[in-house]
Design a protein. Structure first.
Length: 247
């Protein structure tokens, strides 16, 4: 029974990019690029993949990774994570997304440090650098309390400048840090079990952001900041960006 484990929830189908985890990049599916990156960056932390289809499990097992079959009916990655941890039985779980091929050791270890405390959930954010990204609803915003805990997550641009409205620009962003949420999480096992038993929240269903279920039910989320570069693969264009990064 590990004290800390990484579990990567993997769903075969994806609305914006069908079967993206199997998308071939330089001869390997995306999910294998992510798996090998995690193993290289943090080999000291036990690693599992929670899959909803053996089309994902087969290449992972063939490459030597630990795979847990989970229900295809889960509505969120956190629900899948909770099911997988009933097998892993870790006290604390780090959730790396299966479409984050540039996840870094620094990011994972920051989460490990944050979740070692009393706050039952942690995640990461990074400053927005470009106004075009700040306006993009696929790049989720998080606003923070002074103590580093999350106030809210949204696809809308937050905070909104009443004085400048739609005229804010890159210079305004540089002077007024706004944070992009990264899809990396850590949980106490107890919160994972509670999460799976809670109905989806009203705000969660509106924004399609599962972390809002945690806030809606009165739990804190601690947010660490990172400057490490990342490419989340949400679309075919993102896959091309990652392939270009590989050279």
């Amino acid at each position: 029974m590990p004290n800390l484990a990484i579990i990567v929830p993997c769903r075969l189908e994806s609305t914006r990019f069908p079967r993206k985890l199997l998308h071939n990049i330089k001869g390997r599916p995306l999910v294998l690029w992510v798996a090998e990156r995690i193993r290289k960056e943090t080999p000291e932390i036990p690693l599992w993949f929670a899959v909803d289809d053996d089309l994902l499990g087969a290449p992972l097992r063939a490459a030597g990774f630990q795979v847990i079959a989970t229900s295809p009916d889960h509505q969120s990655g956190t629900d899948r994570l909770a099911e997988a941890n009933r097998t892993v039985k870790a006290d604390r779980v780090i959730n790396v997304q299966a479409d984050e091929p540039l996840v870094s050791a620094g990011q994972i270890r920051t989460l490990a440090t944050l979740i070692a405390g009393t706050v039952p959930m942690a995640t990461l954010a990074t400053p927005f650098r470009r106004i075009v990204d700040f306006y993009n609803p696929n790049q989720v915003k998080v606003v923070l309390r002074r103590d580093g805990r999350a106030l809210y997550f949204s696809r809308s641009r937050l905070p909104f400048s009443r004085d400048l409205g739609l005229t804010i620009d890159d210079a305004w962003l540089a002077a007024n840090p706004c944070y992009k949420h990264l899809g990396l999480y850590a949980y106490h096992a107890g919160l994972l079990d509670q999460f799976a038993a809670l109905p989806p929240g009203r705000l969660e269903q509106i924004e399609k952001l599962e972390q809002l279920r945690v806030l809606e039910n009165g739990h804190d989320i601690l947010v660490g900041l990172t400057e490490d570069p990342t490419i989340g693969v949400d679309t075919p264009d993102d896959a091309k960006k990652f392939e270009a990064w590989l050279g």
